[in-house]
Design a protein around this ligand. Sequence first.
Ligand code: ATP
Length: 228
Amino acid sequence: MIELSNVSKIYDNDVTGVKELNLTIQDGEFVFLVGESGSGKSTLLKLLMKELDPTEGAITIDGEDVTHLKRKNVSALRRRMGIVFQDYRLLTKKTVYENVAFALEVIEESSRKIRRSVPLALNMVGLAHKSKYLPGEISGGEQQRTAIARAIVNNPPILLADEPTGNLDPKNSKEIIELIERINKRGTTVIIATHDRAIVDTMQKRVIHLEKGEIVRDSEKGGYDDED
Ligand SMILES: Nc1ncnc2c1ncn2[C@@H]1O[C@H](COP(=O)(O)OP(=O)(O)OP(=O)(O)O)[C@@H](O)[C@H]1O
Protein backbone atom coordinates (compact mmCIF):
# COMPACT_ATOMS: atom_id res chain seq x y z
CA MET A 1 0.00 0.00 0.00
CA ILE A 2 1.17 3.51 -0.84
CA GLU A 3 0.08 6.30 1.48
CA LEU A 4 0.60 10.04 1.15
CA SER A 5 -0.31 12.18 4.10
CA ASN A 6 -0.49 15.93 3.58
CA VAL A 7 2.32 15.83 1.03
CA SER A 8 3.51 19.09 -0.53
CA LYS A 9 6.47 19.77 -2.79
CA ILE A 10 7.52 23.37 -3.21
CA TYR A 11 10.43 23.78 -5.62
CA ASP A 12 13.40 26.02 -4.78
CA ASN A 13 11.98 28.82 -6.93
CA ASP A 14 8.81 28.77 -4.76
CA VAL A 15 6.74 27.07 -7.45
CA THR A 16 4.26 24.57 -6.05
CA GLY A 17 4.68 21.10 -7.53
CA VAL A 18 1.99 19.41 -5.46
CA LYS A 19 0.02 20.63 -2.47
CA GLU A 20 -1.38 18.84 0.57
CA LEU A 21 -1.96 15.51 -1.14
CA ASN A 22 -3.75 12.83 0.84
CA LEU A 23 -3.89 9.59 -1.03
CA THR A 24 -4.00 5.85 -0.48
CA ILE A 25 -3.28 3.36 -3.24
CA GLN A 26 -3.89 -0.30 -2.41
CA ASP A 27 -1.77 -3.17 -3.64
CA GLY A 28 -2.79 -4.25 -7.12
CA GLU A 29 -4.64 -1.05 -8.06
CA PHE A 30 -4.50 0.52 -11.52
CA VAL A 31 -4.47 4.32 -11.25
CA PHE A 32 -4.36 7.08 -13.85
CA LEU A 33 -2.98 10.50 -12.84
CA VAL A 34 -4.50 13.10 -15.15
CA GLY A 35 -4.47 16.88 -15.38
CA GLU A 36 -3.18 19.68 -17.53
CA SER A 37 0.47 20.29 -18.20
CA GLY A 38 2.01 21.64 -14.99
CA SER A 39 -0.70 20.20 -12.72
CA GLY A 40 1.80 18.10 -10.76
CA LYS A 41 1.60 14.59 -12.24
CA SER A 42 5.35 14.18 -12.78
CA THR A 43 6.11 15.74 -9.40
CA LEU A 44 3.90 13.14 -7.73
CA LEU A 45 5.62 10.30 -9.60
CA LYS A 46 9.05 11.72 -8.73
CA LEU A 47 8.06 11.83 -5.06
CA LEU A 48 7.05 8.16 -5.24
CA MET A 49 10.26 7.09 -6.98
CA LYS A 50 12.23 9.22 -4.51
CA GLU A 51 13.77 11.44 -7.13
CA LEU A 52 12.36 14.23 -4.93
CA ASP A 53 11.68 14.56 -1.24
CA PRO A 54 8.50 16.28 -0.10
CA THR A 55 8.76 19.72 1.48
CA GLU A 56 6.04 18.66 3.92
CA GLY A 57 4.04 15.57 4.76
CA ALA A 58 4.82 11.87 4.85
CA ILE A 59 4.98 9.02 2.35
CA THR A 60 4.82 5.36 3.34
CA ILE A 61 5.17 2.37 1.07
CA ASP A 62 4.16 -1.01 2.47
CA GLY A 63 4.24 0.44 5.96
CA GLU A 64 7.78 1.81 5.60
CA ASP A 65 8.26 5.54 6.03
CA VAL A 66 10.06 6.62 2.85
CA THR A 67 9.58 10.39 3.27
CA HIS A 68 13.31 10.99 3.58
CA LEU A 69 15.60 8.15 2.61
CA LYS A 70 19.35 7.79 2.50
CA ARG A 71 20.77 7.07 -0.94
CA LYS A 72 21.38 3.38 -0.28
CA ASN A 73 17.80 2.97 0.90
CA VAL A 74 16.57 4.74 -2.24
CA SER A 75 18.32 2.03 -4.30
CA ALA A 76 16.61 -0.67 -2.25
CA LEU A 77 13.23 1.01 -2.73
CA ARG A 78 13.76 1.38 -6.48
CA ARG A 79 14.26 -2.37 -6.77
CA ARG A 80 10.64 -2.66 -5.76
CA MET A 81 9.55 -0.31 -8.57
CA GLY A 82 9.59 -0.55 -12.32
CA ILE A 83 9.73 2.84 -14.01
CA VAL A 84 8.73 3.70 -17.59
CA PHE A 85 9.13 7.07 -19.32
CA GLN A 86 7.68 8.71 -22.43
CA ASP A 87 11.05 8.69 -24.22
CA TYR A 88 11.86 4.99 -23.47
CA ARG A 89 15.43 5.79 -22.25
CA LEU A 90 17.00 2.69 -23.80
CA LEU A 91 20.75 2.29 -24.24
CA THR A 92 21.16 2.80 -27.97
CA LYS A 93 24.25 0.59 -28.37
CA LYS A 94 22.79 -2.36 -26.53
CA THR A 95 20.34 -4.85 -28.04
CA VAL A 96 16.79 -5.35 -26.78
CA TYR A 97 18.02 -8.37 -24.77
CA GLU A 98 21.01 -6.47 -23.36
CA ASN A 99 18.87 -3.49 -22.35
CA VAL A 100 16.61 -5.75 -20.31
CA ALA A 101 19.53 -7.76 -18.91
CA PHE A 102 21.28 -4.55 -17.88
CA ALA A 103 18.55 -3.81 -15.32
CA LEU A 104 19.52 -7.03 -13.55
CA GLU A 105 23.27 -6.61 -14.04
CA VAL A 106 23.28 -3.27 -12.19
CA ILE A 107 21.70 -4.90 -9.16
CA GLU A 108 24.25 -7.70 -9.39
CA GLU A 109 21.89 -10.56 -10.12
CA SER A 110 23.54 -13.84 -11.07
CA SER A 111 24.02 -14.64 -14.74
CA ARG A 112 21.81 -17.68 -14.19
CA LYS A 113 18.94 -15.51 -13.00
CA ILE A 114 19.54 -13.10 -15.92
CA ARG A 115 19.44 -15.93 -18.47
CA ARG A 116 16.19 -17.17 -16.97
CA SER A 117 14.41 -13.84 -16.36
CA VAL A 118 15.16 -11.84 -19.52
CA PRO A 119 13.44 -14.25 -21.95
CA LEU A 120 10.40 -14.38 -19.65
CA ALA A 121 10.13 -10.58 -19.65
CA LEU A 122 10.63 -10.39 -23.43
CA ASN A 123 7.93 -13.04 -23.92
CA MET A 124 5.58 -11.08 -21.67
CA VAL A 125 5.92 -8.00 -23.90
CA GLY A 126 5.85 -10.02 -27.15
CA LEU A 127 9.40 -9.19 -28.22
CA ALA A 128 11.28 -12.48 -27.96
CA HIS A 129 11.79 -12.43 -31.75
CA LYS A 130 13.44 -8.97 -31.61
CA SER A 131 15.89 -9.69 -28.80
CA LYS A 132 18.97 -9.19 -31.01
CA TYR A 133 17.86 -5.86 -32.50
CA LEU A 134 19.15 -2.45 -31.44
CA PRO A 135 16.63 0.21 -30.31
CA GLY A 136 17.26 2.13 -33.55
CA GLU A 137 16.14 -0.90 -35.57
CA ILE A 138 12.70 -1.32 -33.99
CA SER A 139 9.53 0.80 -33.88
CA GLY A 140 8.58 3.27 -31.13
CA GLY A 141 5.97 0.84 -29.81
CA GLU A 142 8.57 -1.92 -29.69
CA GLN A 143 11.04 0.38 -27.94
CA GLN A 144 8.43 1.13 -25.31
CA ARG A 145 7.72 -2.59 -24.92
CA THR A 146 11.46 -3.12 -24.41
CA ALA A 147 11.43 -0.42 -21.72
CA ILE A 148 8.48 -2.15 -20.07
CA ALA A 149 10.29 -5.51 -20.16
CA ARG A 150 13.26 -3.80 -18.49
CA ALA A 151 10.93 -2.31 -15.85
CA ILE A 152 9.27 -5.63 -14.96
CA VAL A 153 12.15 -8.07 -15.38
CA ASN A 154 12.76 -8.07 -11.63
CA ASN A 155 9.03 -8.57 -10.90
CA PRO A 156 8.59 -5.33 -8.94
CA PRO A 157 5.33 -4.96 -6.99
CA ILE A 158 4.89 -1.38 -8.30
CA LEU A 159 5.05 -0.01 -11.87
CA LEU A 160 5.22 3.78 -12.36
CA ALA A 161 4.83 5.24 -15.85
CA ASP A 162 5.16 8.90 -16.88
CA GLU A 163 3.31 9.49 -20.18
CA PRO A 164 4.19 6.02 -21.50
CA THR A 165 2.13 6.55 -24.68
CA GLY A 166 3.15 10.18 -25.23
CA ASN A 167 5.23 9.42 -28.33
CA LEU A 168 3.00 6.72 -29.80
CA ASP A 169 0.10 6.63 -32.27
CA PRO A 170 -3.35 5.49 -31.02
CA LYS A 171 -2.90 1.86 -32.10
CA ASN A 172 0.48 1.48 -30.37
CA SER A 173 -0.79 3.42 -27.35
CA LYS A 174 -3.66 0.99 -26.95
CA GLU A 175 -1.31 -1.98 -27.20
CA ILE A 176 1.01 -0.51 -24.57
CA ILE A 177 -1.84 0.16 -22.15
CA GLU A 178 -3.26 -3.33 -22.70
CA LEU A 179 0.19 -4.74 -21.95
CA ILE A 180 0.38 -2.68 -18.75
CA GLU A 181 -3.11 -3.93 -17.87
CA ARG A 182 -1.91 -7.56 -18.25
CA ILE A 183 1.00 -6.75 -15.94
CA ASN A 184 -1.46 -5.22 -13.47
CA LYS A 185 -3.63 -8.36 -13.61
CA ARG A 186 -0.62 -10.37 -12.38
CA GLY A 187 -0.82 -8.29 -9.20
CA THR A 188 1.46 -5.31 -9.90
CA THR A 189 0.26 -1.93 -8.64
CA VAL A 190 0.23 0.45 -11.64
CA ILE A 191 0.31 4.27 -11.57
CA ILE A 192 0.32 6.05 -14.93
CA ALA A 193 0.53 9.81 -15.53
CA THR A 194 -1.11 10.61 -18.85
CA HIS A 195 -2.73 13.23 -21.07
CA ASP A 196 -4.29 10.54 -23.23
CA ARG A 197 -8.04 11.00 -22.87
CA ALA A 198 -8.95 8.16 -25.23
CA ILE A 199 -6.95 5.66 -23.17
CA VAL A 200 -8.35 6.84 -19.83
CA ASP A 201 -11.91 6.85 -21.18
CA THR A 202 -11.57 3.33 -22.59
CA MET A 203 -9.93 1.73 -19.58
CA GLN A 204 -12.41 2.92 -16.90
CA LYS A 205 -9.92 2.64 -14.04
CA ARG A 206 -9.35 4.81 -10.97
CA VAL A 207 -8.67 8.40 -12.07
CA ILE A 208 -6.91 10.97 -9.89
CA HIS A 209 -7.24 14.42 -11.39
CA LEU A 210 -4.71 17.08 -10.40
CA GLU A 211 -5.09 20.82 -10.87
CA LYS A 212 -2.38 23.25 -9.78
CA GLY A 213 -0.86 20.54 -7.61
CA GLU A 214 -4.05 19.59 -5.82
CA ILE A 215 -6.32 16.58 -6.17
CA VAL A 216 -9.63 17.88 -7.52
CA ARG A 217 -11.17 14.48 -8.26
CA ASP A 218 -10.49 10.87 -7.30
CA SER A 219 -12.93 8.48 -9.04
CA GLU A 220 -12.85 4.78 -8.37
CA LYS A 221 -13.72 4.04 -12.01
CA GLY A 222 -14.17 6.56 -14.74
CA GLY A 223 -13.09 8.53 -17.75
CA TYR A 224 -10.84 11.56 -18.10
CA ASP A 225 -13.53 14.19 -17.53
CA ASP A 226 -16.25 12.35 -15.62
CA GLU A 227 -18.01 14.11 -12.78
CA ASP A 228 -18.11 12.29 -9.46
N1 ATP B 1 12.54 21.14 -11.19
C1 ATP B 1 11.59 22.05 -11.08
N2 ATP B 1 11.86 23.28 -10.59
C2 ATP B 1 10.90 24.21 -10.44
N3 ATP B 1 9.61 24.02 -10.77
C3 ATP B 1 9.27 22.83 -11.28
C4 ATP B 1 10.22 21.78 -11.46
N4 ATP B 1 9.61 20.71 -11.99
C5 ATP B 1 8.30 21.05 -12.12
N5 ATP B 1 8.08 22.32 -11.69
C6 ATP B 1 6.80 23.04 -11.65
O1 ATP B 1 5.92 22.32 -10.82
C7 ATP B 1 4.60 22.35 -11.37
C8 ATP B 1 4.15 20.92 -11.60
O2 ATP B 1 4.94 20.35 -12.67
P1 ATP B 1 4.86 18.83 -13.13
O3 ATP B 1 6.01 18.60 -14.06
O4 ATP B 1 4.74 17.97 -11.95
O5 ATP B 1 3.49 18.82 -13.93
P2 ATP B 1 2.89 17.73 -14.93
O6 ATP B 1 1.44 17.64 -14.60
O7 ATP B 1 3.69 16.49 -14.86
O8 ATP B 1 3.10 18.43 -16.34
P3 ATP B 1 3.37 17.75 -17.78
O9 ATP B 1 2.09 17.06 -18.12
O10 ATP B 1 3.66 18.94 -18.66
O11 ATP B 1 4.53 16.82 -17.63
C9 ATP B 1 4.68 23.19 -12.62
O12 ATP B 1 4.31 24.51 -12.28
C10 ATP B 1 6.13 23.13 -13.00
O13 ATP B 1 6.53 24.28 -13.72
